[in-house]
Design a binder for this molecule. Structure first.
Ligand SMILES: NC(=O)c1ccc[n+]([C@@H]2O[C@H](COP(=O)([O-])OP(=O)(O)OC[C@H]3O[C@@H](n4cnc5c(N)ncnc54)[C@H](O)[C@@H]3O)[C@@H](O)[C@H]2O)c1
Length: 594
C-alpha cells in the first residue's frame, strides 16, 4: 500500500520552489513552503499567484480551483513549521553547503518518517543524504523548469535509498500527473548528463571553426527534428549555468568530454551569458529578449556571399537508388534539367517511375497540377552512358556507400564531364576528399549530404574538404537554397555535423543503459519529456538500425579516437546477435511482426 502524502514541505520559493509548490497544491496536497525571510516569502507568493492566474487566464484552471489551490498553501520563514509533513522538497540555490545545512536542520525538526528530497540539478544526493540522520529516506526529485508545465521528474536513488521510499515518491509524481523516471546518483542524472555532453561537443565545433553557429543549430533542427539548435539552447540555459553543470560532471567523471569547452569560460568572463545578458553565442535585441539580431557573425544569405558563382542549369545524378531518385526529383521540381545515369535502361526507367509515383501523390493531394507533373517529368532524362553527363554543370553522385565504387564513378566523371562543372558526392560517411583525389580536378569536388527522404528533408550538409574551391562551396550553397533546401557548411570530418553530434549521444545513452544506470524506457522518456526530442535514443537507434549505427559509431571513433566514441559493447553484442532494430523485429526493444 503506497504511502499517503497529505502534507508536504517545500524549502525555497524561487523559480523552481514556487513551481513545485504549485504542482503539489494542484494535486490536492497541503503545502507548507519555507523561505529565508519575509521579503523572499512575499516574492514567492507573488510568483505562485501570478502563475496560477496565468493558468486561469488560459482556461487551464478554474477560478474556484485556483482559490482552493492557494488555500492549500501556507508560507512561512520558520523551518519548525515543517514538523509534521510527510515529504520535504528542498529547492534552495545550488550550493552543497547551503543544501546540507538545510537538511541537517530538517533532520532535527521533522518526524522520523518524513522523506527528504532535493531538487538539485547536479549535486550528489548521496553527499546530501549523509548530512541527515536518515540517508535511506533521501532521494533526488529533479523537476524541470517550469515545474507546473514540464512532465519529467527524475527520481534519483542512492545506494542506500530504501526501495519503498523510491516507489512511494515515484507513485506520488505519477499521481501529480508527472512522468517520473528513476536513475542513479550521477552528476547530471539522465537528461542533463546526455544533453550537456552533446551541447559541449557542439560548442567545441563552433570554437574550432568547424561550422558556424547558425549552421550547427540548423543542422540539428532540420536533421534531427530537435526543437532548438545546441547553441541557441546554450544561450537560453545561460552559459554560466551550463558551465557549472559541466564542471560538476567533469569533476565527478574525469571524462574529457565533460570538461567545459574553453570558450565558455572566456565568454562568461566577458559577460556573454546568453539571452539573459543580451549576448551569448547570438546577439539579442535586449537582455532577456528571445529576439536574435544580426551581428558580425551573421552569415550572408545563400548566393550573396560575394565572389564568383558558377552557372548551374543542367544537373546530372549518378545512381538509381532511394537517394538518387529523391535528389533527381527535387532538382527537376525546381526547374533544373536532370540527366540520370543508370547502369541499365531498366534501372533508369525505374528512377523515372519512382519520380512519377511521388509526383502523382502530390497531384492527388492537390499540391501539384497535372501540367506541373508533366513538365517536371519532361525535365528528367535517363541514360546508361556517362558521356551524356558531359554537358552537366553539376553532377551529384549517389551510388552505393563503398569507396571503391564511388572513386570509380569520380574517375569516369573526370574523363567526360566538361571543365568547370561541379562534382558532388552525397556520401554520408566516407571522406569527400577521397572522391576528390580520384579526379584530376579536386577543386571542383564537394559533398552534398542529402537526408532521406530527399524530397521531404530540408537539410543538406555541404562538405568542403581542404581541396574545394571557395566558389564551388558558394555555388552549391546557393543551388541548395534554390531547390528549397536548407544548406549548412562544414568541414570534411567523419559524421559531418549531424551524425558527429547525434551518434556520440546515442552511444552515451547505450553506455548508460549498459551500466544499469536507468532503464531504456526511462532514458527514452527523460530525453523526450525533458529535452523535447522527437524520440528517445533507443527508439531512434531501433529505427536507424543497430548495424548502421554501429558502423557510424566505429567510423567516428576511428577518426577522432575519443575514448567515449568507442561503440558501447552492448551495441556490438546486439548486432552480433542479429538484433538490428525494427527491421529485424528486435533491437533494444521487441516489435510486433508485421
Ligand atoms: N532553474 C532551473 O531550471 C532548475 C531546474 C531544475 C532544478 N534546479 C535546481 O533547483 C534549485 C533551486 O533553483 P532555482 O532556479 O529555483 O533558484 P532560485 O534562486 O530561483 O531560488 C532559490 C530560493 O531559495 C531561497 N533560499 C535560499 N536559502 C534558503 C534557506 N536557507 N531556506 C529557505 N529558502 C532559502 C532563496 O531566497 C530563493 O528564493 C537549485 O538546486 C537548482 O539547481 C533548477
Amino acid at each position: 500500500m503506497a504511502r499517503e502524502f497529505a502534507r508536504v514541505g517545500v524549502v525555497g520559493l524561487g523559480t523552481m520552489g514556487a513551481g513545485i509548490v504549485e504542482v503539489f497544491a494542484r494535486g490536492g496536497i497541503e503545502v507548507v513552503a519555507v523561505e529565508v525571510d519575509q521579503a523572499a516569502a512575499d516574492k514567492g507568493r507573488e510568483t505562485l499567484e501570478a502563475s496560477t492566474q496565468r493558468a486561469v487566464d488560459r482556461s487551464k484552471l478554474a477560478a474556484d480551483d485556483r482559490e482552493a489551490l492557494l488555500g492549500r498553501v501556507s508560507i512561512s520563514t520558520n523551518l519548525d513549521d515543517l514538523a509534521d509533513v510527510d515529504l520535504v522538497v528542498e529547492a534552495v540555490p545550488e550550493r552543497l553547503e547551503l543544501k546540507a545545512e538545510v537538511f541537517a536542520a530538517l533532520s532535527k525538526v521533522c518526524g522520523p518518517q518524513t522523506i527528504f528530497a532535493s531538487n538539485t540539478s547536479s549535486l550528489s544526493i548521496t553527499e546530501l543524504s549523509v548530512r541527515t540522520e536518515r540517508p535511506h529516506q533521501v532521494v533526488g526529485m529533479h523537476f524541470f523548469n517550469p515545474a507546473p508545465v514540464q512532465a519529467l521528474v527524475e527520481v534519483v536513488r542512492t545506494v542506500v535509498t530504501d526501495p519503498e521510499v523510491l516507489s512511494d515518491v515515484t507513485e506520488l509524481a505519477v499521481s501529480l500527473g508527472k512522468s517520473p523516471v528513476v536513475c542513479g546518483d550521477r552528476a547530471g542524472f539522465i537528461a542533463n548528463n546526455l544533453l550537456f555532453t552533446y551541447l559541449n561537443q557542439a560548442v567545441g565545433m563552433f570554437e574550432s571553426h568547424y561550422a558556424g553557429r547558425e549552421d550547427l543549430d540548423a543542422a540539428m533542427r532540420y536533421g534531427c527534428g530537435y526543437p532548438m539548435g545546441p547553441l541557441a539552447l546554450m544561450d537560453l540555459i545561460g552559459l554560466d549555468t551550463a558551465y557549472e553543470i559541466l564542471d560538476t560532471m567533469y569533476r565527478q567523471s574525469r571524462n574529457q568530454r565533460h570538461a567545459p569547452a574553453p570558450i565558455l569560460k572566456q565568454m562568461i568572463t566577458a559577460g556573454l551569458l546568453g539571452r539573459k545578458s543580451g549576448r551569448g553565442f547570438y546577439t539579442y535585441a535586449a537582455p532577456g529578449s528571445p529576439e536574435v539580431v544580426a551581428d558580425n557573425l551573421t552569415p550572408p544569405p545563400p548566393g550573396q556571399e560575394g565572389g564568383d558563382h558558377r552557372p548551374v542549369q543542367v544537373v546530372g545524378v549518378v545512381g538509381t537508388g532511394t537517394m538518387a531518385t529523391g535528389i533527381a526529383e527535387v532538382f527537376a521540381k525546381s526547374g533544373y534539367d536532370v540527366v540520370v545515369r543508370a547502369r541499365t535502361e531498366a534501372k533508369g526507367e525505374g528512377v523515372v517511375a519512382g519520380i512519377r509515383k511521388s509526383l502523382e501523390k502530390a497531384v492527388v493531394k492537390g499540391k501539384l497540377s497535372e501540367s506541373g507533373r508533366d513538365e517536371t517529368l519532361a525535365r528528367v532524362r535517363p541514360t546508361t552512358s556517362f558521356d551524356d553527363l558531359a554537358g552537366c554543370d553539376l553532377v551529384v553522385e549517389a551510388v552505393a556507400e563503398d569507396l571503391e565504387v564511388k572513386q570509380a564513378v569520380f574517375g569516369a566523371l573526370d574523363d567526360v564531364v566538361k571543365q568547370g562543372a561541379i562534382l558532388a558526392t552525397t556520401t554520408s560517411s566516407l571522406p569527400v576528399v577521397e572522391c576528390a583525389a580520384a579526379t584530376q580536378r579536386p577543386d571542383d569536388v564537394v559533398g552534398m549530404h542529402f537526408f532521406n527522404p530527399a524530397s521531404v528533408m530540408k537539410l543538406v550538409e555541404i562538405v568542403s574538404p581542404i581541396t574545394t574551391a571557395p566558389d564551388v562551396t558558394a555555388t552549391v550553397r546557393a543551388v541548395t537554397a534554390s531547390i528549397g533546401k536548407h544548406p549548412v557548411l562544414c568541414g570534411d570530418r567523419a559524421g559531418f555535423i549531424v551524425n558527429a553530434l547525434l551518434f556520440p549521444y546515442l552511444n552515451d545513452a547505450t553506455a548508460m543503459l549498459e551500466a544499469n544506470y536507468a532503464t531504456a524506457d526511462d532514458i527514452d522518456s527523460a530525453m523526450k519529456n525533458g529535452c523535447g526530442l522527437p524520440m528517445g535514443p533507443f527508439a531512434l537507434l531501433d529505427v536507424v538500425g543497430l548495424d548502421v549505427s554501429l558502423a557510424i559509431e566505429r567510423s567516428l571513433y576511428m577518426e577522432f579516437r575519443v575514448p567515449g566514441f568507442a561503440p558501447a559493447p552492448l551495441l556490438e553484442h546486439l548486432v552480433t546477435a542479429g538484433r538490428l532494430g525494427r527491421k529485424t523485429g528486435q533491437g533494444f526493444r521487441d516489435y510486433q511482426k508485421k
